[in-house]
Design a protein around this ligand. Structure first.
Ligand code: UDP
Length: 324
């Protein structure tokens, strides 16, 4: 089976490519390398440096392969950047996805797994969050993801294009063999920043707010290991290849960890001092985001294997010796 992976040189995409190869699928990567890393592309995997905004090149690239299904990651994913430059986000994430799915429709490629986000729920009405909770995105990034989910729903009705939209909670960690991992520039995420402080690349980690309505006053998130995410994508792909209907599925562990929990666990796992500094709340951060992952377990038979310690252990191994 030939599986197109857009954004396959990126953080989550590269872990999915690795797993697809291990499970004897043939991944084909389309990536414009604006945020991805060529070093994350394994030797021998077909790779096209193509931008989804360039419809002509995209059509040419798709026509070169006999594609059975698609996993679509290529997108910008920084909330803060999306608030500062919404135009860039609507163009890249919405127009890019529109071009992709319209091209796929023309070629009769009608099965797609889409990389979505729990930020679609905005400030949740209740926690843990299940898929029936209403979407209420509060930043342009989340809105672009919801718009693409809606395009996909309409393409199913009109063109029989089947999709699984996977709404991730906080992706983190690195591959168990340390061959690939997280490398963003700039890096906004808690776990890499805590480990940078452990490495001495930063003086300290800032805690954004200690007055939330949580047991220790810091925000609670559901940190899901990138290899568990990859496993869910391959399961969603098989689900579609089995002819099952479109679906929307949360991906999280179901467990929440506070910012302070993460810093304390990082101190234990790294054995290093990590200085913390209390800072004001970051705009737009809900107090608690934790997945209800019942649907992923039932529909995909997915069981996440890593907890926060496994996330931090693999991330630490990676950051001690990052390949890119
Ligand atoms: N956070 C923090 N200090 C940092 C970066 C993040 O306290 O330097 C907090 C942030 O406010 C949030 C949690 O850590 O509550 C996770 O943030 P991250 O940016 O990793 O992911 P997000 O939840 O925004 O997707």
């Amino acid at each position: 089976m030939n599986i197109l992976v857009t954004g396959g040189a990126g953080y989550i995409g590269s872990h999915v490519v690795k797993l697809l190869t291990e499970q004897n699928y043939n991944p084909i990567i389309f990536d414009n390398l604006s945020r991805g890393h060529i070093e994350a592309v394994p030797n021998g995997i077909p790779f096209e440096n193509v931008d989804l905004l360039d419809k002509e090149s995209l059509t040419k690239a798709v026509s070169k392969y006999k594609i059975d299904a698609v996993i679509h990651f290529a997108a910008f994913a920084y909330v803060g950047e999306s608030v500062e430059d919404p135009l860039m986000y609507y163009r890249n994430n919405v127009v890019g996805s529109f071009n992709l799915f319209s091209t796929l429709k023309d070629f009769g490629i009608l099965k797609s797994v889409f990389s979505s986000t729990c930020s679609i729920y905005g400030n949740p009405v209740s926690v843990p969050i299940s898929e029936v909770q209403a979407s209420n995105p509060i930043n342009p990034y989340a809105k672009t993801k919801l718009m693409v989910e809606e395009i996909l729903a309409d393409y199913d009705t009109a063109y029989n294009m089947k999709s699984v939209c996977l709404r991730y909670f906080n992706a983190a960690g690195a591959s168990a063999d340390s061959s690939i991992g997280e490398s963003h520039d700039p890096e906004p995420h808690l776990i890499p920043l805590v480990l940078f402080a452990a490495l001495g690349k930063r003086d300290s980690i800032k805690i954004f707010g200690t007055d939330y309505d949580t047991p220790d006053g810091t925000c609670i998130r559901d940190y899901i290991h990138v290899e568990d995410l990859a496993d869910a994508h391959v399961r969603a792909l098989k689900y579609l290849l089995d002819g099952k209907p479109s679906n929307i599925i949360n991906l999280g562990t179901g467990d929440g960890n506070s910012v302070k929990d993460v810093i304390d666990s990082a101190r234990r796992i790294t054995g290093r001092d990590i200085a913390e500094v209390i800072a004001p709340r970051r705009e737009g951060d809900p107090a608690r985001l934790v997945a209800d992952n019942t649907k992923a377990r039932e529909v995909l038979g997915w069981i996440p294997k890593y907890d926060i310690n496994g996330v931090l252990e693999t991330a630490w191994k990676w950051h001690l010796n990052p390949k890119y």
